[in-house]
Design a protein around this ligand. Structure first.
Ligand code: SF4
Ligand code: ZN
Length: 419
């Protein structure tokens, strides 16, 4: 027996109309994540007997325990059971948390995975908003939208630091496992890429193309995920794209991708190069994990991740870059990408690939350290991670150039970046 839920029992208005709504400084009552506290999301498959459909539990303090201006850590843990459910579907449902929470009037959701951010307005708190409502929404909408593949949904909202940290540690291992599923695949292995237009509600002309060697720029969707999503929902936001004729193998331009892009961006974009940030790069939306930018004096590029709030050698912080790029723009010299993509083989390969990267925040470098060195080695450079400057070396091109020279960074001997 399938359960049909049409009413969503929360004291706030709910629907796609509120998706683009912002919670700005003056309206803000409290927030979770966004660099202030940890905020993590995880969807996991469960055994039918193990969970209770519709059970929503808040473990720790709730909104009513806070005062204006407070922050709270948050872990959103969703367990799903169903005869048709597969582990491969977990990332797809997890990625829906973003727009579904945004459907709540007065509540804003940014990001994904372990870099989520929930902002709650004063208006929502006056109407009696509780963390429990997040679970009620997810339970109802998951049943509505994924009826075919699930039978039970149980949600736990953790708001004590030790619980959130525990969930985060577990979630990171899951993300890693998911990311690595495409590790052995190459773009040449497949004749079909997938589109993702999930972000068009915020960035109307943005079209992600996802290939085995280029995960979605949010980091939450890889080729396998898009493929599974298309199987669940053949008319949904992830459509197969036949690569078609290869128009430029180096920069990564494909006839099929261009045709799809024209139609899916409603004519806003004609073409993009899949493996370049210098020449006609892919469009970028606001949820990218990182943004890469050119550093002409160093003949290289930098990248900065969302979780780094400081200055960067391109003269802009992440938030400024995201503000300029995040609406679906495609600006030569800049591109949004996922953290995992940095060490995927096609990362800006048309511009020289990973060996062009001369700066990134230390936190990102530490996070992907082993993969950086492994990929660098594949490209013929030992200990690449230690040659890449970070904020402890400098935050201007002038400050980092002597370091790159001293380390013998490979970008300095590459052909000119702007040719
Ligand atoms: Fe899809 Fe791209 Fe948005 Fe990720 S960033 S949800 S892959 S459109
Ligand atoms: Zn987006």
């Amino acid at each position: 027996l399938k359960i049909n839920i049409t009413e969503i029992d929360i004291p706030l208005a709910f629907g796609p109309a509120f998706e683009g709504e912002r919670v700005r400084g003056g309206d803000l009552y409290c927030q979770m994540g966004g660099g202030k506290t940890q905020c993590t999301e995880l969807v996991k498959m469960a055994d039918m007997k193990e969970i209770e459909d519709g059970k929503v539990e808040v473990v720790g303090p709730d909104i009513a325990d806070l005062k204006e201006g407070d922050t709270l850590p948050l872990g959103i843990y969703v367990q799903i059971a169903g005869r048709e459910f597969q582990e491969d579907f977990e990332p797809i449902l997890e990625r829906q948390i973003h727009h579904l929470i945004n459907y709540i009037q007065g509540v804003m959701h940014i990001g994904q995975r372990d870099i989520s951010w929930v902002r709650v307005s004063k208006g929502a708190v006056e109407k009696g908003f509780s963390l429990k409502h997040l679970g009620i929404v997810l339970h109802a909408k998951f049943h509505q939208e994924f009826q075919k593949i699930l039978d039970k949904v149980q949600i736990t909202l953790y708001s004590k630091k030790e619980d959130v940290d525990k969930l985060t540690e577990r979630a990171r291992a899951e993300y890693k496992h998911r990311d690595e599923r495409v590790d052995k695949m190459t773009d040449e292995d497949v004749d079909t890429f997938y589109s993702c237009t999930l972000c068009q509600s915020f960035a109307p002309s943005h079209v992600c193309t996802v290939s085995p060697e280029r995960t979605g720029l949010c980091g939450a969707y890889n080729w396998m995920d898009c493929k599974a999503s298309f199987e669940i929902n053949p008319t949904g936001p992830n459509q197969p794209i036949k690569k078609g004729k290869v128009l430029d193998p180096k920069l990564g331009r494909f006839e099929g991708v261009d045709e799809f892009l024209k139609q899916a961006s409603k004519g806003a974009h004609e073409t993009y190069n899949f493996y370049s940030m210098v020449h006609a790069p892919m469009t970028t939306c606001g949820c990218c994990e990182c943004i890469a930018a050119m550093l002409p004096s160093c003949n290289g590029v930098m990248t900065v991740n969302r979780d780094y709030a400081g200055e960067t050698p391109c003269g802009m912080k992440f938030t400024t870059l995201a503000g300029v790029m995040g609406g679906g723009a495609a600006s030569p010299g800049f591109v949004g990408h996922s953290k995992f993509n940095v060490t995927q083989k096609k990362f800006i390969l048309g511009d020289g690939g990973l060996l062009r990267v001369v700066w990134m925040p230390k936190s990102l470098k530490d996070e992907i350290y082993d993969r950086l060195n492994a990929r660098g080695k594949e490209m013929g450079v030992e200990n690449l991670a230690d040659m890449i400057a970070d904020e402890t070396v400098g935050i201007t091109e002038d400050e980092i150039l002597p370091f790159l020279q001293e380390k013998g960074h490979p970008a300095l001997n590459m052909e000119s970046l702007i040719s």
